[in-house]
Every structure is written in C-alpha cells, then in structure tokens.
Design a binder for this molecule. Structure first.
Ligand code: MF3
Ligand code: CO
Ligand code: CO
Length: 271
C-alpha cells in the first residue's frame, strides 16, 4: 500500500471529516493476496453451479454441487453452520430476497429466477459473491430486473473511486434502479469482508451522495444490491428465521461481488 494511513487520517480530520476507516479496515498486501485467492476459488464454485443449473434441479442439489466443488478446491463453504445456517450456500428463488435455504423438495421450474450466493473460506480468507440465473424462458420483467440489478452493481464498480464516500454506492444503486421502475431493499446490505465473513463497514444500497465513510485504498468489501419488482419492503420467514421475502410476493434479484479498493478504483475479487 503506497498510502500513508496516519497522514491521510490527519488530513481528513483537519477538514472536519471524521467518518474514516479504522486501521483494521485497511488490509495489508499479504491479506489482499489471501482474499484474492479466496475470491478466485469462490468464483470457480459459482462457475461450477452455472454449468449444472437448469429446470428440474433441486436447490439441495445446488447445495451438493457447491459443497463438493468447494472442498475439491481446498476451501470451506462459509455459510455451513454460520450462526446456525444449515447449508453450504444460499439459494433464493423468485420472491425470496436472500438467505434461501436449499431444500430437496424445492425444484427449479421453467421461468424461475434464482440467486445463488457462495462464500468460500480459503487459507483463512473469505470471498463472497452471488449471481442470478434465469431458468428456461423467463418473463420480460424478470429479465429486466436481473439485468438492471447487475448493471447497478457494475455502475458502482465503474464510478466509485478511492476517497469516494460510502453512501455514494447506495446513491448510484438506488437512483439507477428507481429510474428503471424498481425498488431497493434497505434492511440488508453489503459488508467488509476478507479476514472475517461480515466485517465493518455496513455497505448501504441507498443513501445521500457525498456522505458516509471515506473509502481508502486497501479496503475490501462487498456490494450486493437486492432489487425488487414491486415494493422494497420485506419480511423474515418465521419458520426458519433466515429467509427474507418481498412483502408483496413480487420478484427480487441480487448480484454480489467481493471488491478491493486499489489506488485506481475498485477491482473485482469474486463474481
Ligand atoms: N453470503 C451472504 C452475504 O452475502 C451471507 C449469507 S449468511 C448465511 O453476506 F448464513 F446465510 F450463509
Ligand atoms: Co454473499
Ligand atoms: Co455478502
């Protein structure tokens, strides 16, 4: 890392800006290399899912693919037993926003949309990413929702630079999604990641531009917008205390990358 952390902190404090990363939010080059490797393995696991996902497969079979591929690559699936989560991956279908639990009785059908969210621990480091998959032929609105959600994330990757503010991320995402007629879930966000699964800061997917923590080179975090067809409001499934659904039963899409802030901008470490 070329930046002098203490000097930068002093500079911002003189300007009266106090929402600054802690020292441990700035990863060392060694840590970044470890997170890069974990991210690379995590991407390979999602690639394996992409090869096999189709109508007729159950979400539990997706869990088996993720579990086996992760172990084969020398990793550990981070979701398994994380705060009591019972499976190795989150599979969220249609109106499920996130944290869907793989189930042998849940069969993917033509026209479904599904988010598969994988997190891999490799050599002690974490990579976290998720993708949407369109099963067979989907409605025009489903296809548009999936594309707009992905584009909102890619816009952030393009526009967020070192020393951008944290809430610029959410500003970009919500503005873009609203422009296309969709709503953004507020209750769940991205997070610092790499040495642990969920680190500070919380990464909002909405907000006022020019506010929030200053993003320094060396920070590693996820952006993972959850975008709804209808209302942004959601509820927690009380039968499992994990899965979040849209209040109105409308579709929800999500994409997630693990990112590192370099001196040039955001670099994708897992997708
Ligand atoms: N991978 C999710 C995230 O993006 C977290 C899942 S927690 C679990 O943060 F326990 F459900 F796996
Ligand atoms: Co994730
Ligand atoms: Co995440």
């Amino acid at each position: 890392m070329m930046i002098n952390y203490d000097e930068l902190i002093q500079k911002y404090k003189r300007l009266g800006i106090t929402d600054l990363p802690t020292r441990e939010m700035i990863k060392t080059p060694e840590q970044i290399e470890g997170i890069r490797e974990a991210g690379r393995i995590n991407t390979l696991v999602l690639d394996e899912v992409a090869k096999h996902i189709r109508a007729g497969i159950t979400t539990d079979e997706i869990n088996d693919i993720v579990h086996k591929k992760t172990l084969e690559l020398g990793g550990i699936p981070a979701p398994l037993n994380y705060e009591g989560f019972p499976k190795s991956v989150c599979t969220s279908v249609n109106d499920a926003v996130c944290h869907g639990i793989p189930d042998k009785n849940q069969v993917l059908r033509n026209g479904d949309i599904i988010n598969v969210d994988c997190t891999t621990i490799y050599n002690g480091y974490y990579g976290d990413a998720s993708r949407m998959f369109l099963i067979g032929s989907c409605s025009d609105v489903a296809k548009k929702l999936v594309e707009v959600t992905k584009e909102s994330l890619n816009l952030c990757v393009k526009e967020i630079k070192p020393f951008s503010r944290l809430r610029d991320i959410g500003y970009i995402i919500e503005k873009y999604c609203k422009q296309h007629g969709f709503s953004v879930v507020h209750e769940i966000g991205g997070h610092g990641v790499g040495v642990g699964f969920h680190e500070d800061p919380f990464v909002f997917h909405f907000g006022k531009k020019g506010t929030g923590m200053v993003l320094f080179p060396g920070m590693t975090f996820t952006i993972e917008p959850m975008v709804n067809e209808g209302t942004r409001h959601v509820f927690l499934d009380s039968s499992n205390n994990w899965t979040i659904y849209t209040d109105d039963g409308g579709l929800s899409a999500q994409w997630e990358y693990t990112l590192v802030m370099t001196e040039e901008g955001l670099e994708i470490l897992s997708h």
